[in-house]
Design a protein around this ligand. Structure first.
Ligand code: IMP
Length: 200
């Protein structure tokens, strides 16, 4: 079975992706190949950061791999925090700091529409592929719920009344940006015909 590296140290993400992809491919995390150094993420786009991480592992470790990057794009803020979602309130800040900054910056603005956008960059047999997953929704005025992470307490996806933090994880994963991007990756990999020998 062909091995593909998922460039992440996040065990929750790994579990989520393995549940969809393991079977035809052996999914290994970058932690498992001892790639423990901080990989540069210096692009000013979500696509660029995903590609940068995947290229780093391909170039330095030689494995076919994929990497993801996510941002929250708020319309009233011209798409911010976007690629800076993790460090919106400053380097080393907490999820709570980011949420507080977002709510303070939006203030009473009635335009609350936003989206989470994930891009997965895959490098396979010398080619690069991008898969995008989007979930549209809105930012509420005060956090609700205890589950999830990041901006989940203030994000209500379209078609629902509860925040991502209030939802069961299975429901969130089935409609989320990352879930959608991973499904596209899975569909692609499941139909992929290898051009290399020894692999199916
Ligand atoms: P990453 O690219 O997956 O590390 O995501 C960058 C940042 O986006 C994280 O630090 C979170 O602040 C935010 N983020 C990513 N995914 C989610 C999510 O599913 N819910 C809430 N926030 C998220």
């Amino acid at each position: 079975m062909k091995s593909i590296i998922f460039v992440t140290h996040n065990q929750n993400k790994l579990k989520e992706v393995k549940a969809i992809l393991d079977g035809k491919y052996h999914i290994i995390s970058s932690t498992d190949i001892n790639c423990t150094e901080e990989i540069p993420e210096t692009s000013n786009t979500i696509e660029g950061n995903a590609l940068q991480k995947a290229r780093y592992v391909k170039e330095n470790y030689g494995y076919d791999c994929f990497a993801d990057d996510t941002g929250l794009e708020v319309d009233a803020l011209g798409g911010e925090p976007g690629v800076d979602s993790a460090i919106y309130a400053g380097v080393g800040c907490s999820y709570e700091d980011n949420v507080r900054k977002l709510l303070d910056t939006l203030g009473d603005n009635p335009n609350r529409t936003a989206r989470f956008r994930t891009v997965i960059a895959l490098i396979l047999e010398g080619r690069e592929y991008l898969f995008e997953g989007i979930v549209n929704g809105r930012i509420i005025r005060e956090g609700k719920g205890t589950g999830g992470f990041g901006y989940d307490p203030v994000f209500v996806p379209d078609g629902y009344t509860e925040t991502f933090s209030e939802m069961a994880l299975e429901l969130k994963n089935s409609i989320s940006h990352r879930g959608r991007a991973v499904s596209k990756l899975a569909e692609f990999l499941n139909q992929y015909k290898s051009t290399e020998s020894n692999n199916n």
